[in-house]
Write a protein that binds this ligand. Structure first.
Ligand code: CAA
Length: 419
């Protein structure tokens, strides 16, 4: 059977950034609580003319430019921050990208898990018709109430992936471990713009789901822990990935390195004392006996500690960070743990293909993250409190420098345009 997996990947951020040191100062919090306690430095925040649609389209546009539209007959849009109860956000993206009419478009929902559900559905479609390619977009705005424990774990961003046969980046392997449980750890009622969360329960529910999905992976004949070279986790805040790594190591009986990046005096996160790529080269050369095995945890957090929680996109933003910073991945097996509150989760694996390193987007991602426009805490909180209804026609101010924008509401329908 032909290999099927991720052929191309691209990440997009929102226009603004909130630095957590400024939030710490404004709220009288020790900045180390955010930086070390949660493992977060910043979060992206959307301009008034941005949402999950505009970020998703921004992530997908470069893929369409590079790879064309031939064979793309399905667009799957995964989000927790959907913009309509009925119409799929992907329909607006389909138009913004100028895709042909002959495309199956739909939206996937199950909190942060939906991106993985869409990826697996895409693989199923390509297995049936290997000549087809599927565009998978995971895009979210993570919003919690102001002054709640979740506030510093907000974020915004999107990841787009092209799924195809004979992919150039990662072949996704067949066996998956699954786990579902009805748990009220995090949810967002239809009439609420912010998530409701039981923080403590959400952390234990995540870890229970991790061991449940791992056990199922083993029962299904998946690889043992020692056969997985790198491990990526859903990262609602990057310290959660550290908790997950510790939990998995204890559960599966192997000591794994739980180090997150070091924070330099300049406030910049680095992997060890070196740049990320050379640190990973060293790890691959073999650790000293007795040293916990390095599975790329620190490297995989480099984007998410600056983006914040991107819900459906988070585990794929971790993948993008790994692909962009680890130059010794060829032939290596990556494990992915995807968790969606509520809850549904999956542990699956993939093999990195030769030539992946030549497709690094490292400089572009760094440039996009650095180009975000900082918001003062007052300005961010004012934006957070501005919730646009759909009852009246409204035009949004022109703020974003992204390629697409949310122009406003007309006749109760959302209007999107090229910037
Ligand atoms: N210096 C260093 N560390 C400090 C510190 C300081 N001055 N002050 C506190 N800390 C540490 C604490 O020791 C703690 O560390 P551990 O977790 O290792 O014990 C950490 O900072 C967090 O502090 P608190 O325990 O006081 O917790 P909190 O009240 O800040 O809440 C939270 C943390 C529950 C995660 C909250 O941010 C939250 O509700 N977030 C949203 C929900 C969430 O992300 N859940 C994750 C699992 S669910 C999921 O994954 C789906 C999803 O995307 C939402």
């Amino acid at each position: 059977m032909r290999p099927i997996g991720i052929d191309d990947i691209e990440l997009a951020t929102a226009h603004h950034v909130v630095d957590l040191s400024t939030l710490a100062e404004a709220t009288g919090t020790d900045p180390n609580k955010f930086r070390l306690g949660l493992g977060q430095d910043q979060f992206s925040f959307p301009a008034p003319d941005e949402d999950a649609v505009t970020m998703g389209a921004a992530a997908a546009a470069p893929i369409i430019e590079r790879c064309g539209t031939e064979g793309i007959r399905t667009l799957l849009f995964a989000t927790e921050s959907g913009i309509d109860q009925s119409k799929a956000a992907g329909i607006s993206v389909h138009k913004l990208l100028g895709l042909p009419s002959q495309v199956r478009v739909t939206e996937f929902k199950e909190a942060c898990f939906a991106g993985t559900a869409a990826l697996q559905a895409a693989i199923g479609i390509v297995s049936r018709n290997p000549g087809e390619r599927v565009l998978v977009i995971a895009s979210d705005v993570a919003r919690y109430e102001l002054d709640s424990p979740g506030e510093p774990t907000q974020g915004a961003g999107a990841v787009a992936m092209l799924v195809s046969a004979d992919p150039r980046l990662i072949e996704i392997e067949q066996v998956s471990g699954l786990f579902a449980a009805d748990v009220d750890d995090f949810w967002r009622p239809n009439d609420s713009t912010t998530a409701i969360v039981d923080g403590g329960l959400s952390v234990t529910a995540y870890l229970d789901a991790l061991s449940g999905a791992w056990d199922d992976l083993q029962e299904q004949g998946g690889p043992a822990l020692a056969e997985i070279d790198r491990i990526l986790y859903h990262q609602p805040f990057t310290k959660m990935a550290k908790k997950a790594q510790l939990h998995l190591g204890q559960h599966a009986g192997e000591e794994l390195s739980c180090d997150l990046p070091e924070i330099g005096a300049d406030g910049v996160a680095r992997v060890g004392s070196q740049d990320a790529a050379s640190a990973d080269r060293q790890g691959a050369a073999g650790e000293a006996p007795g040293t916990p095995r390095d599975t790329g945890l620190a490297t995989s957090t480099l984007y998410n500690r600056r983006l914040g929680n991107t819900y459906t996109a988070s585990v794929f933003a971790a993948l993008a960070a790994l692909l962009d910073h680890d130059d010794d991945l060829e032939g290596r097996r990556i494990g992915f743990f995807s968790y969606g509150s509520g809850s549904a989760s999956e542990f699956f694996t993939g093999r990195v293909l030769p030539g992946y390193a030549s497709r690094s987007r490292r400089d572009d991602v760094a440039e996009a993250l650095d180009a975000r426009v900082p918001l003062s805490v007052e300005a961010y909180r004012a934006l957070h409190s501005t919730v646009l209804g759909s009852a009246d026609d409204v035009e949004t101010p022109r703020v974003t420098s992204a390629p697409f924008r949310f122009a406003g509401v007309k006749g109760r329908a959302r209007v999107y345009e090229r910037s």
